[in-house]
Design a protein around this ligand. Structure first.
Ligand code: ADP
Length: 549
């Protein structure tokens, strides 16, 4: 046999053997790896039987190796199909009967091929070639191969659609290797001999296995195929040491032997170090993968819990509103004397209860608003609103609080008819009430001032609302985080007051939803604070003309 053919037989067998053995002995517990090893093993047997088919001249042995060669081509195809079904993971399940049917059909065909003359009737020697006399059931053999390839393509296409990223790239590599390998082997070992009578091309058949192994080697390195990056390193080190050993054996001079022995020792040490590093690397990668998977699961769980929590808060605060409103109603009636004249002391207590109930209403509203913001369920009712009216209403609501604290409330209303805007008046009212409430709460003496006006800036008209006080003021650090949810300034004066740190967060969300913004324009600790809300007169955000409902 020509040297080049021998080279093809030996190199393909050797490479396939090393690849199959390394994969199998590292991860033999996985079905996919066992099937891969089965595919490689039957592929190698196919190459070996082909080799001996051309080696033997004795008719009985010739026929036996010829039939075995047919048999191993059937088994290789079968294992390839099973491997692809499980590689890189099973994405769909075929019915159980297909499993039994494919095994039975393959087993029967193998027995028929080996024990009868139905597929391979006889093998005859013609010069350097072998000519197969096909049996009556030979078309069945061809049909079997055709069927396997068709099934292979179907599975690959389906998996390609279902898999993503790295797994998909791995599948593509395997698909390319298998399909090209199979087609190549069919052309060189079946079609060309059959159509032209030239059997010489059969010696190129093993190249299909060689090609498949090279592609797998590339996939191992590039796409971490079958998790054997470590194995690839081991293979590399092994080949290097093998070459050194061969070099040592063939060296004729003592100096040459000493040098290659030294190279062998050094190579072995560095090889061991390299393998240890790659092992550690692989373990870390695996740990990271497991961790990130767990993290992703926890994240999903946390998100679910967060949704449940928000829903609970929303329902609870909604339910709390009714009794609190009822209490407020009765307290008002008591204050007005609807149930008879009450003594000064009782009235004073009722006023305190009323104030406490008001704080509760405020708190429930804030919590409800926050849960709506989190669920993106804020509702907007846009209409023509007048800033004058809103300011007047808020200052009216706040006058008792201001009086209680001994402060002065000043209102600077915009001229009649000038500050009109199409917006959600209730939300603007809530913003202004929150800011004024804060101004009163965090001011011990002096005044609180509410002002409204229209200004022109950047070629646009803006409605500006301003709430100033002569209170505690806010530190620079506090100003940076003022609008965060639950944030409360950590200053002795602030801490004395009850609060949740939700008010300004809600104000900001409301203002932004209406296309405006809220900022602190002035704040000096001990001197006072000014908050400014700006809204475009030409409404934007939720009340933009196109979104008007
Ligand atoms: P709450 O008042 O319920 O704590 P807010 O979100 O309304 O929550 O306010 C957040 C924090 O900002 C308050 O705790 C307070 O420390 C500070 N703050 C708000 N308005 C003023 C103000 N006018 N003067 C001084 N500090 C203020």
């Amino acid at each position: 046999m020509a040297f080049v053919y021998q080279l093809i037989y030996v190199s393909s067998t050797f490479l396939a053997f090393v690849l199959g053995a390394l994969v199998f002995f590292r991860r033999r517990d996985q079905t996919v790896v066992r099937l891969f090893a089965g595919f490689i093993a039957t592929g190698i047997c196919w190459v070996i039987t082909l080799y001996f088919f051309y080696f033997f001249t004795e008719p009985a042995l010739l026929l036996l190796t010829g039939r075995l060669n047919f048999l191993f081509s059937e088994l290789t195809a079968f294992f390839a199909l099973a491997f692809v079904y499980h590689f890189p993971k099973t994405t769909f399940r075929l019915p159980r009967w297909t499993f039994y049917a494919s095994i039975s059909v393959t087993a029967v065909l193998c027995l028929v091929t080996l024990l009868t003359d139905l597929v391979d009737e006889n093998e005859v020697i013609q010069g350097v070639s072998r000519v197969t006399e096909f049996g009556r059931a030979y078309p069945l053999f061809m049909a079997y191969l055709g069927l396997v390839i068709a099934a292979l393509v179907c599975i690959l296409v389906r998996k390609y659609r279902e898999l993503k990223d790295e797994a998909r790239a791995q599948l593509l590599m395997v698909a390319g290797g298998l399909l090209v390998g199979f087609l190549f082997a069919i052309v060189t070992n079946v079609l060309i001999p059959w159509r032209t009578g030239n059997y010489e091309t059969q010696h190129y058949g093993p190249l299909s296995l060689l090609f498949f192994c090279l592609l797998m080697g590339y996939a191992v390195a590039r796409h971490e195929l079958l998790d054997i990056k470590v194995l690839a390193t081991e293979l590399f080190v092994f080949c290097l040491l093998l070459l050194t050993v061969i070099n040592n054996v063939v060296s004729v001079t003592p100096i040459g032997q000493v040098i290659s022995a030294g190279t062998l020792v050094v190579g072995a040490i560095f090889g061991a170090l390299l393998i240890r590093e790659v092992h550690r690397d692989a373990r870390q990668t695996e740990d990271l993968r497991v961790l990130s998977e767990r993290l992703a699961q926890t994240n999903v769980h946390l998100k679910e819990m967060d949704v449940t929590k928000t829903e609970f808060i929303s329902i609870a605060s909604h339910q709390l509103r009714t009794p609190v409103s009822v209490i407020k109603g009765y307290l008002s009636l008591l204050q007005e004397g609807a149930y008879g004249k009450l003594s000064e002391t009782v009235l004073e207590k009722i006023d305190q209860m009323y104030a406490a109930n008001e704080r509760l209403v405020h708190l429930i509203n804030n919590i409800l608003n926050m849960s709506r913001i989190e669920q993106s369920r804020l509702e907007f009712r846009c209409s023509d609103a007048d800033l004058r009216t809103i300011i007047a209403d808020v200052s009216d609501e706040m006058k008792f609080k201001v009086k209680d604290k001994g402060l002065i409330l000043e209102c600077d209303l915009p001229p009649v008819g000038t500050a009109k805007i199409y917006t959600d008046a209730e939300k603007i009212h809530e913003i202004l009430a929150n800011l004024t409430d804060n101004a009163i709460k965090y001011t011990e003496k002096g005044s609180v001032r509410i002002a409204g006006r229209v200004v022109q800036e950047g070629g646009e008209d803006w409605v500006v609302l301003e709430v100033s006080d002569t209170g505690l003021g806010i530190s620079e650090e506090g100003r940076k985080r003022l609008f965060e949810r639950f944030y409360r300034v950590d200053a002795p004066g602030s801490a004395r007051q009850t609060g949740t740190g939700l008010g300004l967060f809600i104000c900001k969300k409301f203002a932004e939803s209406l296309g405006g913004k809220i900022v602190v324009t002035r704040s000096e600790p001990g001197v006072g604070t000014t908050f400014e809300v700006r809204l475009p007169v030409k409404s934007t955000g939720q009340c933009a003309p196109s979104e008007n409902k």
